[in-house]
Write a protein that binds this ligand. Structure first.
Ligand code: AHG
Ligand code: MN
Ligand code: MN
Ligand code: MN
Length: 336
């Protein structure tokens, strides 16, 4: 069936995007070139992650980033790889990375029309123990190619033209949406190509899994506390949900996308805006969830409607199966 066809169809991510591009006759292939450079970066990071233990790439880099986090060697390495790959594509004009305090404005001779926001290595705390980690990215069009400015990357997530992630796990999977659904590609190491293995991913309307760091429970607000309580002690006779929490957003979201359920990183008394960063964690994952038939909510509004004021702004996030997110929206609507 469809899954096995890829053995002979050899639908690589490049061919897939070229097919998409052919639907826009006026396009000059800029997006395809940009995506190829992002894919190149992911292949490099995938190989570095797989060799990390052997190539002494685990452990700290000895610096802290703007987030106040100790940077791992792979955080720094993957950030450099993506910045270089994106600049060399000559299709970008502004880059925002979790690991760089300021946005990068590409010099005019190498400027293109896309703004890329990215988390070069997501789940850094899991690097040294070999648990899945990933890269997350979102792509905006610059408003005025002649004059790129910081507002071009402070647009609501609904303005993104594309978003995706790469997960460095037991297999290396690239999940992408360009606004017409979600497709998953698996790296075939023998070919060095990402092959279409999960066409048109749709998230189940309801799931049996909830994913949250229960260690923050004492600081949660009432709606979140009530929601998690209902997951564990349902009052409608339905079975309790299972808890699955990897601690790498890419891994937790990928499982939620394929199996259904809900992922939450709520606000708490210590961090009133939660922990996850709007531009390169909340927006890309919310974009993918909506494109797959799910939804994403901040506790106050649709996540993709948020208008960030700062490039490293954080927001609480509840995303996943449509019906599951509806339940938490009802609890926040009912208030304290
Ligand atoms: P990053 O490694 O890019 O800084 O992101 C880590 C994030 C995200 O991957 C994950 O969902 C979350 O941190 C886990 O946070 P807690 O350890 O507080 O649960
Ligand atoms: Mn980090
Ligand atoms: Mn992250
Ligand atoms: Mn990161």
């Amino acid at each position: 069936h469809a899954r096995d066809a890829h053995r002979t169809d050899l639908m690589t991510i490049t061919r897939f995007v070229l097919n998409e591009q052919s639907k826009h006759p006026d396009s000059r292939g800029d997006f395809t070139i940009l995506l190829n450079h992002i894919v190149l970066g992911c292949k490099f990071v995938c190989s570095a992650v797989n060799k990390a233990g052997l190539a002494k790439l685990i452990g700290l880099a000895g610096d802290t980033n703007v987030q106040g986090e100790e940077q791992k060697k792979l955080d720094v390495l993957s950030n450099e790889v993506f910045i270089k790959a994106l600049v060399s594509s000559s299709r970008t004009c502004i880059l925002v990375s979790e690991e760089d305090e300021e946005a990068t404005f590409v010099e005019p001779s190498r400027r293109g029309k896309y703004c890329v926001v990215f988390d070069p290595l997501d789940g850094s705390s899991n690097i040294d123990c070999g648990v899945s980690i990933g890269t997350i990215f979102g792509i905006y069009m610059v408003k005025d190619e002649g004059k790129p400015k910081i507002d071009d990357v402070l647009q609501p997530g609904k303005n993104m033209v594309a978003a995706g992630y790469c997960m460095y796990g037991s297999s290396c999977m690239f999940v992408l949406s360009t606004g017409t659904g979600v497709n998953g590609f698996t790296l075939d190491p023998s070919l060095g190509e990402f092959i279409l293995t999960h066409p048109n991913i749709k998230i189940p309307n309801k799931g049996k899994i909830y994913s949250v760091n229960e260690g923050n429970a004492k600081n949660w607000d009432n709606p979140t506390t009530k929601y998690v309580e209902n997951c564990k002690f349902p009052n409608d006779g339905s079975p309790a949900k299972s808890l699955r929490y990897v601690g790498s957003m890419v891994a937790d979201v990928h499982r939620t996308l394929l199996y259904g359920g809900i992922f939450l990183y709520p606000a708490d008394k210590k961090s009133p805006n939660g922990k996850l960063r709007v531009l390169y964690e909340v927006f890309p994952m919310s974009f993918l969830m909506e494109q797959a038939g799910g939804q994403a909510f901040t506790g106050k509004q649709r996540a993709l409607d948020l208008v960030p004021k700062k490039i490293h702004e954080r927001s609480p996030i509840f995303l996943g199966s449509y019906d599951d997110v509806e339940e938490i929206k009802a609890l926040y609507a009912a208030g304290e």
